[in-house]
Design a protein around this ligand. Sequence first.
Ligand SMILES: NC(=O)c1ccc[n+]([C@@H]2O[C@H](COP(=O)([O-])OP(=O)(O)OC[C@H]3O[C@@H](n4cnc5c(N)ncnc54)[C@H](O)[C@@H]3O)[C@@H](O)[C@H]2O)c1
Length: 411
Amino acid sequence: MNHKKVKVGVIGCGTICRSTYMPNMVNKFNILDVVGCADLIPERAQAMAEQYGIKVMTNEEIYNDPEIEVVCNLTYPESHFEVSSEAMKHGKHVYCEKMMAVDFSEATELMRLAKENNVMFITAPDTFLGAWEQSARFYIDSGIIGTPVSVHAQHTCSYRPANPIFDLSPDSFFFPLHPGGGLPFDWGGYYLHTMLNILGRITKVAGFGGNYEPNMKYTHPAHPKYGENFFVDTPTSIFAALEFESGVHGTFHLTSESYNSEFFEITGTKGTLLLGNPNNFDGSMVLKRPNMKEKPRGMGVPGGQNGAQVARSQLGEFAMPEEMVLPMLHGFNDGSCRGVGLADMAYALRNGRKPRADAQIGYHAMEVIHGAMESQKTGTTYVMTSPFERPAPLATTIAAGITGQEAVLDD
Ligand SMILES: NC(=O)c1ccc[n+]([C@@H]2O[C@H](COP(=O)([O-])OP(=O)(O)OC[C@H]3O[C@@H](n4cnc5c(N)ncnc54)[C@H](O)[C@@H]3O)[C@@H](O)[C@H]2O)c1
C-alpha cells in the first residue's frame, strides 16, 4: 500500500532524540515525515533542525500547526504530562517516551484526556516489538515451554551522584534520580512491557517499594555542592509478587541501590526460557528443556552404566536437561529500532486499526508499580483495575520476508 506520510512534530531534542529517534524517524521509517522540532534549550532544537533539514519550532507552534498529526514527546519524565496533555488538548495524537507520567494519578488523567479528545496515545518502551521479544512470544504461544508457570525479572544496579558534573547542567541532568525517572519506572518499563506482551493482564500485586536512602549526598569532591544532601523524589526500589489473569505468578525486583545483577526468565511445565535484555531489540534466548537431543543407544539400560548414568536413567525425562540458543524469527533486530512503536502508530492511523504500543500497556505497567507501593503502604494485596489485552503480534520474518521490516507494520 502507498500511504500518505504522517507528519510529526518532535518535542525534546536531548540524548535519545539525537542518538536514535531523529535518525530513525527521518531515515528509517518511510511512513513518517518529521516537520519540525522544539526544546526548552533552543540550541538543541537548532542543531537537530540543521542536521536533518527540518524546522525549529516552539512547543506552541507544534501544537497549533494544522499539518502536524502526531506530537512525539521525547522530553524527560517530569515534562511528559505537560507536553502530552497540551498536545492532546490541541487534538494531536501523541507518542510519548517512557514512562507516560511521574505517577499513576497523572497517568490516569492522560488516559482520560486521550479519550476526551479522541486522539491516539502511544507510549514507549516499544522494544517489546523487537526481534527477540516478538520471537519469545511466538515460541511461548507455540508451547515450547508447555504452559507458562512463572516469570522472574531482576535488574539491580547502583546509581550514586559520584560524577563531578552530576545535575550541574542540562547536559548532565540525571533524570533517573528525579520524579518519574527512578529505576522501577526507567528500567522497570522494559521488563513489564515484555512480560505483559507475552503473558497478558496482571490481576494482583503485592510488594514493597520506596527508597532505601532518599537523602543522598553529592559525593564528588569537585562538585560545588560536595557533601550536601539532596532529596531523591522517586521510588528507587521495588520488590513485587505478581499474579497474572492466566494464573502465572511472577517476581519483579528493581533497585538502583545495590550492585549489578540482571535476570529475566519464564518457566513452564515443559521447559524454561532465559530471556534477553528487554532494553534491546536484538538479543538471545536460551531454551532449557529435557530430552531435546536423541538419547544415545543403550541409555536407560542399567547394565554396563556407571552410577551417575543409572541415576539419570532412573530419573526418566527429567534426567537430561539441555540448553539451546533459539533463532530469532522476527525483524527489528538491528541494534536500535526505537520509534518502531511510532511507525506502527502511523500505519494504525492510515489503516484504521489498533496500534500495538497503545498506552493501555504503559498504563497497566504504571499501575503495577503503583500497586506495589500501595501494597507496601496498606500491608495488603493490590487488585489491579486497568484493562489490558495483548497487542497483535508482528508477523515472523518467515511469513514477511527478512527484508520487509517496515512492511510488517502495514497490516
Ligand atoms: N537516554 C537514554 O538512553 C534513553 C533511552 C531510552 C529512552 N529514554 C527516554 O527518553 C526520554 C528522554 O530521555 P533523554 O535521555 O533524551 O533526556 P534528556 O534530558 O537528554 O533530553 C530531554 C530533553 O527534553 C527537553 N525538555 C524537557 N522539558 C521540555 C519541555 N517542557 N518542552 C520542551 N523541551 C523540553 C530538555 O531540554 C532536554 O533537551 C525519557 O523519557 C527517557 O526515559 C532515554
